[in-house]
Design a protein around this ligand. Structure first.
Ligand code: GDP
Length: 642
């Protein structure tokens, strides 16, 4: 049983819908926002709460067909329903949609068509279910039957002469499907029926368009690869096995505070090691120290040249070109804007784009999904006069990338801190990630920037697991204090040693910050591999207990396919182990070691795609000033250039 079938234009306007229940939680709106706008349409099904949604594009009319049903249901006819309804709707209302861009058209007659199609498919598939199990030899026959089924439904439906008249009843439809035989209806009769339907359906009378049996423009869905990437990086630090307990002797052994070389560091030494005055930056008009942008190479000439359309014409076009006399026809056709984008023309260009994105470190799975999404948004579209497929694909990919990368919420942390201050509470940021990626170094860079802006910061040492972690933060805190030359910024370290419950330490730190008027608490957490369940549970507990304002995932810019696995599992752990009804998720990322990757900026795209969250900063080196902003234009430019 369906919950809803709806036809929307790509601006989100509903042209027609058939609802069986009122849907709670806005699953269609969520689909538009999270899938269609964000270029995730390369995936097959979208799940929101208890609903599963599938969709199909009619790009020639800029329409989207969406069906929603309860996700626990197995509805085998859904794909066929989508394609059949799409085809009938397009054939019936093509002229109406073109004439008024779908704004004022009356599509109410489509109700009865839809109901009949649905009934016929339900009957057909329920009778398929009661048949004896198919043998392997029957598979070929079954495929043929399925292929034929769309035209069967179409033909059967139009036998009755359109929605205004009594159309074929369930019995005749199911018996035609059962027998598998084609009904003897000639083309003239079908054309006549379509015309009759158009006369009723369109306020402007009969349309100009004829019947067209095109290939369905629905994209092939990609099944996300289930194999995580092969680029697993060796952890830079030695791993210990966590059994949830730590002995007193062990705890003491982990504490290196007595012999830290940081004690010997004087202010000048710290400055020479950690400050590059040239990078210090300056205040903006509002007196705020802004993090500088990553430098962008402005070399438009170097933009990637995709192979010309001529190399990627579909077979018919190539045959026409090579057949001398038809070449001029093909040329005239191309300049008069008649060419339609097909899989044949799009695939080679998208394949070369995908290859390039992977070479820029975009995870393969994400490059696949993105290209699939761009393809499904272009299939069936007509090229304008003198337009080249390669340029259209590139433009489409560019805007897809921009949509994915553009932050949905403000990245203004300073403003959020002011807001928390007005609520008389500290603003809390938790840094999470795998081992050795640069969590504590980049936490310290963020701290330095906050100190520049006169903010009182408490660093909470909640990595109670890795030996030396607390001392490392002690060194950073001392360095940061030494570097601080002016303003009212203050930094202090809140530490409770090793082996204790990190969630409890974070809680105490936040309470301490509250009573001692700290503006911000930066929580350092233990690095953990995404598959280490005990540590992931501990992280989820820390988040649930303390509900930080921001959860920042720190990841290396060098990471490739592995990023997908890391981010998915961190997010899943926050959700699955939280025990909360509204669990938290990653709010944004810091991408570290950006200075080591040239233009291989793919991790920025992968991470944003997976989480739907922005890159707050990138780490560009080992001093406290090596923190920068990464602009969307920088990523797009780097990804699409040679
Ligand atoms: P954690 O274990 O995640 O806390 O990682 P650390 O903060 O200890 O950093 C691990 C190593 O990465 C250190 O040697 C850092 O100096 C280095 N590192 C951190 N951020 C950057 C960066 O942006 N660029 C470079 N080149 N190295 C970095």
């Amino acid at each position: 049983m369906l919950d809803l079938f709806t036809v929307l234009n790509k601006g989100g306007l509903v042209l027609w819908k058939h609802a069986y229940t009122s849907l709670s939680g806005g699953p269609v709106e969520a689909l538009i926002k999270n899938v269609l706008i964000e270029e995730r349409s390369g995936t097959d099904t979208y799940v929101k709460d208890t609903y599963a949604l599938k969709w199909s594009f009619a790009n020639e009319l800029d329409l989207v067909f969406v069906v929603a049903y309860q996700k626990i249901l197995q509805l085998p006819y859904i794909d066929e329903l989508l394609e059949t309804v799409k085809r009938l709707f397009v054939e019936t209302y093509k002229d109406t949609v073109i004439a008024d861009q779908g704004i004022h058209g009356d599509y109410s007659n489509f109700d009865s068509i839809f109901t009949k199609v649905l009934q016929s498919l339900e009957t057909k598939y329920s009778s398929n279910r009661t048949r004896a199990p198919r043998k392997f030899e029957d598979t070929k026959k079954f495929e043929t039957t399925l292929k034929g089924s769309q035209s069967e439904v179409f033909v059967t439906f139009f036998l009755g002469g359109g929605p205004g008249t009594q159309i074929a009843n369930n019995k005749s439809i199911s018996s035609s499907s059962e027998s598998g035989g084609k009904l003897a209806v000639d083309d003239d009769e079908i054309t006549k029926n379509i015309k009759a339907l158009k006369l009723q359906g369109s306020p402007r009378g009969p349309g100009k368009g004829g019947r067209k049996h095109g290939t369905p423009s629905r994209s092939n869905s990609t099944t996300p690869s289930t194999t995580p990437g092969t680029e697993k990086k060796k952890s830079q630090k030695q791993m210990r096995v966590w059994d949830g307990q730590i002995a007193k002797g062990e705890m003491e052994a982990l504490d290196y505070s007595g012999g830290s070389n940081a004690d010997a560091m004087d202010e000048d030494m710290v400055k020479s090691q950690h400050m590059d005055e040239a990078k210090l930056g300056s205040k903006n008009k509002q007196g705020i120290y802004e993090v500088q942008d990553v430098d962008m190479v402005e070399d438009d000439d170097d933009d990637y040249e995709f192979a010309d359309d001529i190399d990627h014409m579909d077979n018919t076009q190539q045959q026409q070109q090579s057949a001398g006399g038809t070449g001029i026809f093909s040329f005239l056709k191309s300049i008069s804007g008649q060419r339609e984008m097909t899989a044949d023309t799009l695939d080679p260009i998208l394949a070369s784009m995908k290859e390039m994105m992977i070479s820029k470190n975009v995870a393969k799975e994400i490059a696949d999904r993105l290209c699939e999404s761009v393809k499904s948004s272009l299939l069936g579209k007509k090229l304008g006069s003198f337009e080249r497929v390669s340029v259209v694909v590139r433009t489409s990919m560019e805007s897809a990338l921009k949509r994915i990368l553009t932050p949905k919420n403000s990245l203004d942390i300073l403003r959020d801190i002011e807001q928390a201050k007005s609520e008389k509470r500290p603003y809390v940021i938790t840094f999470i990630g795998v081992n050795g990626v640069g969590k504590s170094t980049n936490l310290s860079k963020v701290c330095f920037w906050l100190l520049q802006n006169n903010i009182k910061v408490l660093i909470a040492a909640c990595d109670t697991f890795r030996s030396g972690a607390v001392e490392q933060l002690r060194v950073h805190a001392r360095n940061l204090r030494a570097l601080q030359t002016s303003g009212g910024g203050v930094v202090e370290l809140f530490e409770r040693g090793y082996g204790k419950d990190s969630a409890g330490i974070a809680k105490d730190a936040i309470a301490y910050a509250g009573t001692n008027n700290f503006d911000v608490v930066l929580i350092d957490t233990a690095g953990r591999m995404q598959d280490n369940e005990p540590l992931m549970r501990a992280l989820s507990k820390l988040v649930s207990v303390n509900n930080p304002d921001k959860i920042i995932f720190v990841g290396e810019a060098l990471v490739g396919n592995e990023a997908v696995d890391q981010l998915t599992k961190f997010n899943n752990a926050l959700k699955d182990f939280s025990g909360l009804q509204n669990p938290r998720h990653i709010d944004g990322m810091i991408l570290t070691k950006f200075d080591t990757i040239d233009d291989k900026v793919g991790a920025a795209l992968t991470m944003t795609y997976i989480t739907g969250q922005p890159i707050y900063f990138v780490g560009c080196g080992q001093t406290y000033l090596d923190l920068k902003n990464l602009r969307v234009s920088h990523i797009v430019h780097s990804l699409l250039r040679n």
